[in-house]
Design a protein around this ligand. Sequence first.
Ligand code: IPE
Ligand code: IPE
Ligand code: MG
Ligand code: MG
Ligand code: MG
Length: 327
Amino acid sequence: MIDQTWRFDGRVLGHEDAHDDDLDTLRQDIEVRLAQLLDGGRADLPSLAMRAGTLGAGKRMRPLLLMLVARDLGCDAPGLVDVACAVEMVHAASLILDDMPCMDDARLRRGRPAIHVEYGEDVAILAAVALLSRAFCILGSAHGIPADVRSRLVCTLGETVGAQGLVRGQFLDLHGGARSAGDIAVTNELKTGVLLGAAVDMAATVAQAGEATAQSLRAFALAAGQAFQIRDDFQDGPGNDSAVTGKDTGKDVGKATFVNTLGADEARRRLLAHLLEAERHLQDAVGARQGTRRFVRALFGKALAPAPALELGARPRADAAGVHARA
Ligand code: IPE
Ligand code: IPE
Ligand code: MG
Ligand code: MG
Ligand code: MG
């Protein structure tokens, strides 16, 4: 049950007070299909680690976004759930690698031991590589989606994971050093925003949306990605409980996040400005359709409602909409 009034700058952005059965059904479809797609009937350690890394208690934000955006565009193609699962597998692989000792050195993920803690570093790396491979195979063979569309999906996801996408984002995050706000925004876009961007791009591709709609959706996802990474950075700080977040806290100490660099108030102002920007782009893309909008509001409303800054009258800084590393 969601019961939040979501305000900023004097505007009531949303009030959610209904249980979203539709969302529960979609989430359930994704869970069931993920389990099927990762059930190769094998119990070797890399296969077990792939399943553990993917089927744990994640929010499924990326596959849900993909499916909700496609629906808002009027598309309910049967192969969509496979496309959505492929995106979640890429995300799961990125989390396995992100937790490793040579990266963030985290021990808890989704309320369970991180994959390298439970299965060893060698198996964790192999499971991440295998998840990426599985994701591309699934896209290549998604049923009911024409071959030319599938090949575009493969390219989109390949670019997103690659040297100028998640890989670069993770590298900058680990090696960026003391950085400007612009640099942090670029890192956040690459390590987090681009996979959200890929999810909505892929929805637009399957739905055969026009170029203007696809661009608005990408701008929506990048803005939402900036907001999401700031929200995530808040969860790393003092006062958060691993029992609630399901992952270690204190991993960002000494890192150039917005929260650490600009302070909590400015980080929160930026987060809210990005959410407003995301709302605007979503409106341009899907008009009055509510599926994606309700999901995003619920996701962020839940996390932000207790914070007094939600009621602040202060205007966000003009530059708070963020820097987009890729057009
Ligand atoms: C965590 O993503 C990594 C970031 C990009 C911040 P999520 O917060 O979506 O993780 P799960 O999938 O719910 O575990
Ligand atoms: C995540 O950033 C980016 C990834 C692509 C995994 P974080 O390192 O902040 O994510 P968490 O906090 O470990 O989930
Ligand atoms: Mg990290
Ligand atoms: Mg991490
Ligand atoms: Mg984090």
